[in-house]
Design a protein around this ligand. Structure first.
Ligand SMILES: Nc1ncnc2c1ncn2[C@@H]1O[C@H](COP(=O)(O)OP(=O)(O)O)[C@@H](O)[C@H]1O
Ligand SMILES: [Mg+2]
Length: 256
């Protein structure tokens, strides 16, 4: 039978440990970004308040030029806001120095790009190993991690291939393995199926879904592709730098 003291200490313990699980993994507050062109200021993102729950799979949609890539790059720490806060895993990344931000990024976020961005002179193995070169892991440990993620994306037998010896879909899977190899909690993907044919795109989406469901990775994916939006759990719409939620993704998928 629980005494009041037990109950109190239990809830105190819960309060103390609640934040990692309950706070959003990403929170932007009044986030704005503008560019200057001559004496003109061009607003790209306007007071964006976005919370992303841990373990969610969010599709970020909107017309070309609406600021999707800009928002994704801010969340991933590869661009700096004009004003506002960006908290990722409780860290206000907008306040980190460039050096701290680079170190933070190396282990907290994995990127997947539309055009894969693999190094053409490196093998699949070496491309995936690159983010680990910034860590103190031994060569043997790096090999173990790279082998594991290449197996996970189904490319264990392509480790020694150069990017131009791989199909587009395979290259994107190498890029996903590279995004995964440091075991980040957040993966951001900017139109990851934008350069792929339909069937290959579906395979890449299935892989992203597995990372979300089986490994618990939080995914934020920019996309124009209704198939891509349908695998997400939440749709967020950007229009002219202003954010809005769409009716839930499951409902949207039902009409597809
Ligand atoms: N470095 C830059 N300098 C000036 N304007 C930029 C820069 N980067 C992006 N923009 C502008 O910001 C707007 C949003 O761009 P972007 O985030 O790439 O949109 P999306 O990914 O939704 O197509 C566009 O109007 C674009 O021209
Ligand atoms: Mg874009």
């Amino acid at each position: 039978m629980g005494t009041p003291i037990t109950a109190a200490s239990t809830s105190a313990a819960r309060a103390a440990t609640a934040s990692p699980a309950d706070t959003p993994i990403v929170r932007t507050v009044d986030l704005s970004k503008s560019y200057r062109r001559g004496d003109q200021t061009i607003p790209v993102l306007v007071d964006i308040d976005l919370d992303v729950r841990r373990g969610d799979f969010v599709a970020l949609m909107g017309p070309s030029g609406s600021g999707k890539s800009t928002l994704l790059n801010l969340i991933a720490g590869i661009d700096q806001p004009t004003s506002g806060r960006i908290e990722v895993d409780g860290v206000d990344i907008a306040r980190l120095s460039e050096r701290d931000l680079a170190a933070w990024r190396a282990t907290h976020v994995g990127f997947v790009f539309q055009f894969y961005n693999l190094m053409p002179v490196l093998t699949a193995f070496e491309n995936v190993e690159l983010p680990l070169m910034l860590t103190p892991l031994s060569r043997a440990r790096r090999r173990a991690h790279v082998d594991a993620v290449l197996a996970m994306v189904g490319l264990a037998d392509r480790a020694e291939h150069l990017p131009n010896e791989l199909s587009g879909g395979q290259q994107q899977r190498v890029a996903i393995a590279r995004a995964l190899v440091t075991d980040p909690s957040l993966i951001v993907a900017d139109e990851p199926t934008g350069d792929l044919d339909r069937q290959t795109g579906i395979e890449v989406l299935a892989l992203l879904s597995r990372l979300n469901e089986e490994l618990g990775k939080t995914i934020i994916m920019v996309t124009h592709d209704p198939k891509a939006a349908a695998v997400a759990h939440r749709l967020v719409h950007l229009d002219k730098g202003v954010l809005g939620d769409e009716p839930d993704a499951a409902g949207a998928a039902g009409h597809d």
